[in-house]
Ligand binder design. Structure first.
Ligand code: PLP
Ligand code: COI
Length: 340
């Protein structure tokens, strides 16, 4: 293991830290260049870049994990590559060959090895691939050139107490249109969630839950994570909707709930008026990992699931199984782990 950076690994939050190297590759005249690692964390782009005016950009979020033996591994990186290409396709941006995407991620992790937190610190290396439309332009049309970059930083839990219950409030606002870009990882969805997030935080909640934009009766997701609930008869349930992000963590949990915990599972409507059906609930995502939901505030009333202070037993088992796989302590289903 190479020498580690001088960082207080056990007390990291989820915030920007400049690491030593990032990868950039440019698309021009119909093809990607080879890409390279650079040290400068500033991007110089045309003032006419479509990413700046028309939101022609998308991104991914993924992590590298240090195992007990000191190895470094990625969790399902080809799923991130595929999802980035779905976002790119809809926003009229060039796709990135999956091997180029994963190779770029590996290069960045290797070059920044000193920033991969030690096993057992509870921290990980968060990786942010970003694809933006650049070049001289002013019309709302696809950009003439594109920049793909990948950078990374060590992070702790996104919700500051980690594996501890957080309360959410239901937003009156929508983050995405019924058949719009909600299912893609594009910046506009996050811009739309900044104000509702601000309101939720101001009222003392961890984040807000969005309801379906058509009827406002069904849970969609949290602004930064998908929702799941465990019913009173031990079923793992998660909302099905075209306007939520298809979370790689959520699909992994659906698989693990069924195959490892032997629970029934379902992707279906989750009615906000029927929260009583759940004995446990959680938010899941790369940054959020699994964050237990203590309660959900709706129409002036806080509906508490398992407890506002303690984590439910099934949420705990799911967390231990997922993290066990990510950190290499539990054997992963085929193809889930890619060594760096
Ligand atoms: N939903 C939203 C809106 C997100 O930003 C994220 C984070 O990536 C997720 C869900 C979880 O997705 P994943 O598990 O692929 O990180
Ligand atoms: C992630 O979990 O990777 C995200 O992108 C969520 C948030 C930090 C924006």
């Amino acid at each position: 293991m190479s020498k580690l950076a001088n960082i207080d690994w056990n007390n990291l939050g989820f915030s920007y830290i400049k690491t030593d190297f990032r990868y950039i590759s440019t698309w021009k005249n119909g093809s990607w260049d080879d890409g390279k690692l650079v040290t400068d964390n500033k991007l110089t782009i045309s003032e006419g870049s479509t990413a700046l005016h028309y939101g022609q950009q998308c991104f991914e979020g993924m992590k590298a994990y240090r195992t007990k033996t000191g190895d470094i591994q990625l969790f399902r990186p080809y799923e991130n590559a595929k999802r980035m290409n779905l976002s790119a396709h809809y926003l009229m941006m060039p796709e990135i060959p999956e091997e180029k995407f994963v190779d770029a991620v590996k290069q960045v992790v290797r070059a920044n090895e000193a920033y991969v937190p030690p096993y057992d610190s509870g921290a990980t290396l968060y990786i942010r691939p970003l694809l933006i439309g650049i070049g001289d332009n002013i019309c709302p049309c696809p950009a003439p050139e594109y920049l793909f970059c990948v950078f990374c930083m060590p992070v702790g839990p996104y919700f500051k107490d980690g594996m501890a219950p957080v309360n959410f409030t239901v937003s009156d606002f929508d983050r995405a249109a019924p058949y719009g870009t909600g299912g893609l990882k594009v910046g506009g969805n996050y811009a739309a969630s900044l104000y509702p997030y601000h309101l939720a935080k101001k009222s003392g909640f961890g984040d807000c839950i969005y309801l379906d934009p058509t009827t406002h009766t069904k849970i969609e997701e949290v602004g930064t994570a998908n929702f799941f609930g465990i019913t009173k008869n031990d079923e793992f349930v998660t909302p099905k909707s075209p306007s939520i992000l298809p979370s790689i963590t959520k699909y992994s949990l659906l698989y693990l709930a069924k195959e490892v915990l032997h629970l029934k599972t379902a992707e279906r409507d989750v009615l906000i008026d029927n929260l009583d059906e759940f004995k446990e609930a959680g938010a899941c995502g790369t940054a959020a990992i699994i964050t237990p939901i203590g309660g959900i505030q709706y129409k002036g009333k806080l509906h508490v699931f398992h407890s506002e202070t303690e984590v439910g037993p099934i949420t705990t088992k799911l967390y231990n199984t997922l993290c066990g796989i990510q950190f290499g302590d539990i054997e992963a289903p085929d193809g889930w782990i890619v060594k760096v």
